[in-house]
Design a protein around this ligand. Structure first.
Ligand SMILES: Nc1ncnc2c1ncn2[C@@H]1O[C@H](COP(=O)(O)OP(=O)(O)OP(=O)(O)O)[C@@H](O)[C@H]1O
Ligand SMILES: O=P(O)(O)OC[C@H]1O[C@](O)(CO)[C@@H](O)[C@@H]1O
Length: 324
């Protein structure tokens, strides 16, 4: 008998989810599975917003950010009675396999769901924060980094026209990955992330000297998870360095946009590995991308191991730059 497989997106959406949905429908059909979409994340599981998907549903979406089937943060799914309803809804449609695109919170929910109801699943790391343990890459990160790069490059144009400091705040929740990689690839003067201790006073002499030497502007990339508000960093530039400053919170711009080639390809591969895992009776895994390539990891290890930012990257943040 043909088996039914469903997919849902949960937590913050990422560019790459739509290419993943396209591959999901195509590869499911190729493997004689009937694909279903669950709309609006775990909310859709609870509300029985689950529908059969076809080629028509995924035509013309590969170039679009966001997710055609919606995402959500579901308070109800945190409660056992709603997870029970979710299971009843899947059973009624004879859905026996589930793919979840989401972040660590979504995987915690999935783990709980599995422990209670034993539904076969595979998780695909999808969050711009890149903060899931066990995987070096989460879907959507490359597009987010490119959006940030574009934004910083544009801000640099105006920064260089005035004598100003620009404090640019990136997303990332408690993780500094987006800020750190953006700092290294956009040539900013200062990067502040939650993972490393810093003392702004240590930059004071250096920055003042740079102004003396002719520097006209500064770019500081700060992660949203640091202890200070970005406005406080801007005030520090004004009061201690003596340069007019502005704050740019990039916000949800970082979550949108046309998915990059890398995210389209990663979406294709992640989904292929996810469906292969389910067909191979790997019932409770997350597809992780590591330095050795794609690997299946038990969800228990993924959700119960704290995420660590790549140590090599952290070392770069502290490497001294020549004073101009
Ligand atoms: N312990 C849990 N039990 C049940 N459900 C959970 C649990 N933790 C999280 N969830 C579900 O997962 C959803 C998404 O989690 P969360 O808001 O943390 O986003 P995320 O998956 O980490 O993605 P992002 O990184 O984009 O924020 C929650 O709204 C909730 O429905
Ligand atoms: O869109 P929301 O629910 O405000 O969530 C914002 C959060 O989601 C993320 O964008 C991750 O998806 C975080 O970087 C950010 O802190």
């Amino acid at each position: 008998m043909k088996q039914n497989i469903a997919i849902l997106c949960s937590g913050g959406d990422v560019s790459g989810m739509n290419p993943a949905l396209k591959r999901f429908v195509e590869y499911s059909l190729q493997n004689n599975l009937t694909p279903y979409f669950v709309y609006d994340g775990y909310e859709g599981l609870i509300d029985n917003n689950i529908q059969k998907a076809s080629y028509c549903d995924v035509s013309g979406i590969i170039n679009r950010g966001g997710t055609k089937i919606g995402s959500a943060r579901s308070k109800r799914f945190m409660q056992v009675e709603y997870r029970n309803i979710a299971k009843q809804n899947l059973d009624a449609l004879h859905v026996t396999m589930l793919i979840v695109l989401g972040g660590d919170g979504s995987f915690r929910g999935l783990h709980q769901f599995y422990k209670e109801h034993n539904i076969k699943f595979c998780g695909v790391p999808s969050t711009i924060d890149n903060d899931i343990s066990g995987t070096d890459y989460c879907l959507g990160v490359d597009t987010a980094l490119n959006m940030i790069k574009f934004s910083i490059d544009s801000i640099r144009d105006t920064a260089s026209s005035f004598k100003r400091a620009f404090v640019i705040e990136t997303m990332g929740n408690k993780c500094g990955y987006l800020a750190l990689v953006s700092h290294l690839t956009s040539g900013s003067e200062l990067c502040l992330i939650p993972e490393t201790a810093y003392n702004l006073n240590e930059y004071e002499q250096k920055f003042k000297q740079e102004i003396q030497n002719g520097r006209r502007y500064f770019i500081a990339v700060v992660a949203e998870g640091i202890k200070e508000d970005s406005k406080e960093i801007a005030r520090w530039f004004e009061e201690k360095i003596g340069i007019e400053s502005r704050v740019n919170v990039l916000g949800h711009l970082q979550r949108g946009g046309n998915p990059t080639v890398k995210d389209r390809l990663m979406a294709y591969k992640f989904i292929t590995y996810a469906i292969d895992a389910l067909l191979d009776n790997k019932n409770e895994t997350i597809v992780c991308y590591t330095k050795e390539g794609f690997r299946y990891k038990e969800i228990n290890a993924v959700v119960n191991t704290p995420y660590q930012l790549d140590e090599e990257l952290i070392k770069f943040i502290n490497s001294p730059k020549a004073t101009e």
